[in-house]
Design a protein around this ligand. Structure first.
Ligand code: GUN
Length: 282
């Protein structure tokens, strides 16, 4: 039976520490503030954004939401971002994805001032991450790194297999795991014989968005399993990518869904907002 990596508890501790840091910043006259932009009416996004605003409130970070109509033009979105870039009271800007298809999300991410890009999606931060410079790291990969560190799980020399190549999770994770001296393999929808690759993983990270995609036969005995998936099963329950009940029997560590990677993502966003506010103080 695997040890369960308790992301919920870890995230709570991180938020508590951050509250202390925010209190200190406030004594120096700085109140960290996050601006969140949402375009359209995506149901899942609404839940994620609510979690982010709740975390801000708990820690004492100011929060402002910008809800844009589904049919806005790219120029309207870029103008809003420009406006937020110029506002001195705002330290972090987050554009919740997905956004409607007629809007070029990369154009929008590129417009966010990289010093306020708390999601780490601006190409400057993406590039800095790949050359090992200090930057904002995308929150889910950052949260996974933190979880592994907190549980003293060593990445050096290990076979790390990532399933999923999104710009938000899979690709930045490659850099994060390389930085930890892991031997990294990335699998995706066109990968052939995926089982052969995952069965060799010491650390298996799934971010593919398919319930029960990772089955027991795909996993090596004693592997560490990190489940980034957030899916709804037939009963409407939130589940990850991993067939938890069966994989847990074979793994050494495993993250649950919910209560694993999700709360860590939000906690790392909070950490990035505090970092942005501190950077501006310098
Ligand atoms: N959509 C799904 N995950 C994320 C995230 O981490 N950040 C943003 N901005 N949008 C998302």
């Amino acid at each position: 039976m695997a040890d369960i990596i308790n992301g919920k508890e870890l995230a709570k501790n991180i938020r508590q520490n951050l509250k202390g840091e925010v209190d200190k910043l406030k004594k120096n006259g700085i109140c960290p503030k996050l601006a969140v932009i949402m375009v359209g009416d995506d149901k899942a996004s609404k839940v994620y954004v609510k979690n982010k605003s709740k975390a801000c409130e708990e820690i004492g970070i100011d929060y402002e939401e910008f809800l844009m109509e589904e049919d806005i033009t790219i120029n309207q979105l870029l103008d809003l971002i420009e406006n937020l870039n110029n506002r001195k009271d705002i330290h972090g800007i987050l554009l919740q994805s997905p956004i409607p298809k007629h809007l070029d999300i990369n154009k929008a991410f590129s417009k966010i001032d990289y010093r306020k890009d708390v999601d780490g999606f601006n190409p400057i931060n993406v590039g800095k991450l790949s050359i090992g410079e200090d930057c904002f790291v995308s929150c889910t990969p950052f949260g996974i790194v933190k979880m592994l560190e907190e549980y003293n799980i060593d990445v050096q020399g290990k076979n790390v297999v990532i399933i999923g190549r999104s710009n938000i999770v899979g690709k930045p994770l490659i850099q994060c795991m390389l930085k930890k001296n892991g031997t990294v393999t990335i699998c995706h929808s066109k990968t052939e014989n995926i089982k052969k690759i995952t069965a060799d993983a010491d650390i298996l990270i799934s971010a593919i968005g398919k319930a029960k995609f990772v089955t027991q036969d795909m996993v090596k005995n004693g592997a560490v399993i990190i489940d980034v998936g957030i899916n709804r099963n037939n009963e409407g329950k939130i589940v990850g990518d991993v067939d938890f009940e069966n994989v847990e029997k074979k793994a050494s560590y495993i993250t649950p869904v919910p209560g694993g990677v999700g709360p860590m993502t939000v906690a790392m966003l909070m950490e990035n907002v505090v970092k942005a506010a501190k950077n501006m103080e310098k």
